[in-house]
Structures are given as structure tokens and as C-alpha cells.
Design a protein around this ligand. Structure first.
Ligand code: AMP
Length: 512
């Protein structure tokens, strides 16, 4: 199939041709005609499949007729992270260059002023992260009553991040007559439930994940004996032994991003750092500098692991074994993209043995070991699990003998370790996205619910606040339920489509 077969306008086809795509990807082939028909879509697709163009291209055509009114966007795209939102807006700019669509990007951490001015003039496309959008709505700066197309991108990630109450709230503010496109990389039951409540008679589209990392990425594992200092030295040696064009260096924690960044800088590498505590303009600028090849290495947290499309990354170095095994796949998927080959190396200390085992379990095979000349490695028997206990049959170093510890002490240590891991995870999530840096309105709203406001508790608080607002809302209006089964159950004035009339019923049929 070719793009010309999909029903897109000559303007969009011209833009696509200029970008250099010759054939549509499977999701584009399946989704574009359905979106053009005005139907709801439930897409099960990961990033890397071309799904962004799968919804932006037909949206550009659908929105090409009609005009936006002040503060009333005609379409809304909700994305979990600022980077993904920015990437979607880049897609609109790229493919919409021969049209006249106006667009605003509302993401946390960047200045409101310019985007508000755009909104005041009226925009066709509004791309936003959930927290920022709610904030703007609450300040009366935006009206959602004219949204005809809603896109929810990376729904499973939004669920992971605790944004779903916000998303449900936003959907509740939209007109019931709309077209909804819902994308998620996975479809766990909770996502299904949400899809059932947001979508009406959707066309379900599922595509295989992009060529699995295993096919395009050569993986390697460097077992480092010692501590963080030795790891940094091993990283330098490893980098010097490779022909690195450009590389991402992932750390689990933001403070380690800073440490590794400074260390690499001291050792003369061309390097920048990226994590969620940085101001949004700095994040965007840093990413651009890296994309443009002005710096060779980007030391980053998992904020850069998902969805980001930087084609020329030749290497990924996991300075830490990710504590969440799925992050491993996302991280190494930043290289070997678009048919290129790439290399991904993971550095592991003995105490990361348990994380390593989880990664191996998830990818279903061992990561091939690599060795550096003159460097000491460790073997499986030496691995400490993350509770600090050695594996059976291994001995402890020095006086920190397991036998010498009371079980109470070990329990405490286990709890401490669990807490530490939980803290790491929250720290990792916080600030990586819009929820981590709630805008003023949001924090005002939540302040009274809080006894202790600590960095550690913020993620929970965020989710709790959101759930609270959902609960209140539910009191006022019952949750949008599943569609009614038969006409005999309809109340006067209700349609068989429940409270959502699919847009395709309202749009005149397109005659070829
Ligand atoms: P996405 O899944 O939307 O993040 O897209 C992943 C990558 O695929 C991006 O770099 C797009 O520029 C690229 N892409 C999208 N559509 C096509 C296509 N039809 N042919 C080749 N590359 C594409």
C-alpha cells in the first residue's frame, strides 16, 4: 500500500513525501482511513510504530475545514510527558506545513504567556499534559466545549503515572459529540475499562511492536566489581573501547545523573545532562543540542527512555541496571532505530543482581557478558539481591556477615531497602512529567489535604489528590458508563450511543 491509497489530501501527501516516507507503516495503513471516516479508534501500539503520524495526518485533513474560536480548541491531544507532547507538536508542524492549522502546546515548566496568547486567538490543535490543562481550565483560560477530536496518547503510561483521574476529569469536560482516538502500548484490564468508558464503538487496531530491540541492538553486560566510582571508571573505559557516535547514558536517580555528568565532563567528554528537575526550557534545549549532534553524550534519567525519537543514537549505556525491567527495553530501544544498528551496554554492580535477574527474566535471555581488559568482574554467586542478602552458597565480605545479624535487624534492613527502592522509584517519576511539577492551582487545591509535604510523598499525594477530585466528581455526576445494550432501556432523549455520539454519524460522508 502507498500513502496515496489512504484518502489523505494532496497537501498532506506532499508534506509526507518531503519527509521522505515511502510507504505507510502498518498502524498508519489501518488507522488513517478509519480516522478519516470519523470513527473512534482503540490503538494498541508502541512508540516507534509510526502511530503519531497515524493520528496526526488524518487529523490535519479533518481539521482543515472549519475555524477555531477564541479559547476554544477544536481538537485536544493529551500526552503523559512534556517531551512526548512536544514531539507530537513537531509532527503537526512537519506534516501540516501546507495547511493553515494553528496549534498550541501546553506543557508544565514552560511559560504560559505565549501559549495563552495563542489560545486567545483560537487554536485548531491543543497538545497538553494533563496537569497543565486542568490548571488552565480552572483559571478560566480555556473552554473545552468545542473539542471535536480527542487523542489520548500512551494511556498505559498515564495510568502508571497516576494521571488517569485527571484524564477522566478532562474527558468529562469535553462535549459528548466527538471523535476519540485512544492509544496505549499495552491493554491491561484497567486500560480496557477506561477505553470502554471513553470510546464509542471503536475500531480496534493492534500492531506488533517495532522490530524488537533484540533484532537491531547488540546488547552487552559489564559486571563491575566495586562501587559507583569503579563504575564510572568502567564506563569511561567502555566508551573509549567503542566507536561512539552519540550515546545516552541512563542513571536510575537524578542525583546520579548529575554525578555522572560532572564526572564525564571532568574527564573531557562532550556531555550534557537531562532529568526531570531541570526547568522545561532547559530540558528542551538540552535535548535539541543532543539531537543536533552538538554534544556526544547525554546523561539522563528515564525521562528520556520512552518515546523519544533520536535516530542517530549509536549507543546506550545503562550506568545503572533499571529497577523496573520494562525500562530496560525502553532504554535500549533508543538506539537501533529506523533500521539502524545500535549497541546497548549495561553496567552492573553485585548489588544490582536482583534487578539484573528481573531484566533477564523479562527479555527471556541472558545479556551477553563483555569484559574490559584489566578490570575485575564478578560472578552470579557473588550477586547480592536487593534486600542486601547474598545468594545461597555465597560468602559475605568482611564483617557484614549475614549470620552475625539478628533477623530483626535484617527485617529492618529489608524494610529500609524496600523504602529506598520505593523512594528511588518515586524520585524517578517525580518531575519527569507534568504531574511532578504541579502548577500553582493544583497545589493550592491539594494543600489542605496534606499533613506532611515531602518530596518522597509527593507522588502519592498527587495521585491521592487526583483520586479525591474524581471521587467528588463522581458524587456530582455518575461515571460515564458503558454503552446501553438495548433501546428499551433508553430514557427519553437518550441515544443508543449512551452519552457520546460518534462524530462519524454527524460528518457528511466523503465521496471520492
Ligand atoms: P512514532 O511511533 O510515531 O514515535 O514514530 C517513530 C518513527 O517512525 C519516527 O521517527 C517517525 O518519523 C518515523 N515514521 C513514521 N511514519 C513513517 C513511515 N511511514 N515511514 C518511515 N518512517 C516513519
Amino acid at each position: 500500500m502507498i500513502f496515496e491509497d489512504l484518502g489523505l489530501s494532496p497537501e498532506v501527501l506532499k508534506a509526507v513525501e518531503e519527509v521522505g516516507y515511502s510507504t505507510p507503516t502498518p498502524i498508519q495503513e489501518k488507522a488513517i482511513p478509519v480516522v478519516l471516516m470519523g470513527r473512534d479508534v482503540l490503538g494498541c501500539a508502541q512508540t516507534g510504530t509510526g502511530k503519531t503520524a497515524g493520528f496526526t495526518l488524518p487529523m490535519i485533513d479533518i481539521l482543515s475545514s472549519g475555524r477555531a474560536r477564541a479559547r476554544m480548541p477544536r481538537s485536544l491531544i493529551i500526552a503523559p510527558t512534556r517531551e512526548l507532547a512536544a514531539q507530537v507538536s513537531e509532527n503537526f508542524e512537519l506534516y501540516g506545513k501546507y495547511g493553515k492549522l494553528s496549534m498550541a502546546l501546553l506543557i508544565g515548566g514552560s511559560s504560559f504567556v505565549e501559549q495563552e496568547q495563542k489560545l486567545d486567538r483560537g487554536v485548531d490543535v491543543l497538545i497538553a499534559t494533563p496537569g497543565r490543562l486542568i490548571d488552565l481550565f480552572e483559571r478560566g483560560k480555556i473552554l473545552l466545549a468545542d473539542v471535536k477530536i480527542l487523542v489520548i496518547d500512551e494511556a498505559d503510561r498515564m495510568l502508571d503515572m497516576g494521571f488517569m483521574p485527571d484524564v477522566e476529569r478532562i474527558v468529562g469536560l469535553l462535549p459528548k459529540i466527538r471523535q476519540t482516538l485512544f492509544f496505549s502500548a499495552t491493554m491491561p484490564p484497567e486500560i480496557r475499562r477506561l477505553a470502554d468508558s471513553f470510546l464509542m464503538n471503536p475500531k480496534e487496531i493492534s500492531v506488533d511492536p517495532p522490530a524488537s530491540a533484540a533484532e537491531t541492538v547488540t546488547q552487552g553486560l559489564l559486571k563491575v566489581r566495586g562501587a559507583a566510582k569503579e563504575k564510572r571508571a568502567a564506563l569511561r573505559d567502555l566508551i573509549r573501547s567503542e566507536e561512539v557516535k552519540s550515546a545516552l547514558v541512563f542513571c536510575n536517580r537524578k542525583r546520579d545523573v548529575d554525578i555522572v555528568f560532572r564526572s564525564m565532563q571532568r574527564h573531557g567528554f562532550s556531555v550534557a545532562a537531562l532529568h526531570g528537575d531541570m526547568a522545561q526550557p532547559v530540558r528542551m534545549e538540552t535535548l535539541q543540542t543532543f539531537k543536533d549532534g552538538e554534544v556526544q553524550f547525554l546523561v539522563c534519567s528515564d525521562v528520556a527512555a520512552r518515546g523519544l525519537d533520536i535516530p542517530a543514537v549509536s549507543h546506550v549505556f545503562n550506568f545503572d541496571v533499571p529497577s523496573n525491567p520494562e525500562d530496560y527495553v525502553h532504554r535500549i530501544g533508543r538506539t537501533g532505530r529506523a533500521g539502524r544498528s545500535g549497541k546497548a551496554f549495561t553496567l552492573a554492580l553485585p548489588e544490582e543482581g536482583k534487578y539484573l535477574a528481573s531484566v533477564v527474566r523479562m527479555i527471556g535471555k541472558e545479556i551477553p557478558k563483555v569484559a574490559l581488559e584489566g578490570a575485575e568482574s564478578w560472578d552470579a554467586g557473588e550477586a547480592e539481591d536487593q534486600t542486601g542478602r547474598r545468594r545461597r552458597g555465597s560468602t559475605r565480605r568482611g564483617s557484614r556477615s549475614a549470620a552475625g545479624k539478628s533477623s530483626e535487624g535484617r527485617g529492618r534492613k529489608d524494610r529500609g531497602e524496600r523504602n529506598r527502592r520505593e523512594k528511588d522509584r518515586r524520585e524517578k517519576d517525580l518531575g519527569e512529567n507534568d504531574g511532578g511539577e504541579r502548577s500553582r492551582g493544583e497545589s493550592d487545591r491539594s494543600a489542605k489535604d496534606l499533613e506532611v509535604v515531602s518530596f518522597e510523598g509527593a507522588a502519592e499525594q498527587d495521585a491521592a489528590t487526583s483520586s479525591g477530585s474524581t471521587a467528588k466528581r463522581e458524587k456530582r455526576e455518575p461515571r460515564r458508563g458503558k454503552q446501553k445494550q438495548g433501546n428499551d432501556t433508553l430514557a427519553p432523549g437518550e441515544t443508543a450511543f449512551g452519552d457520546h455520539i460518534p462524530a462519524f454519524l454527524l460528518r457528511p460522508a466523503k465521496v471520492a
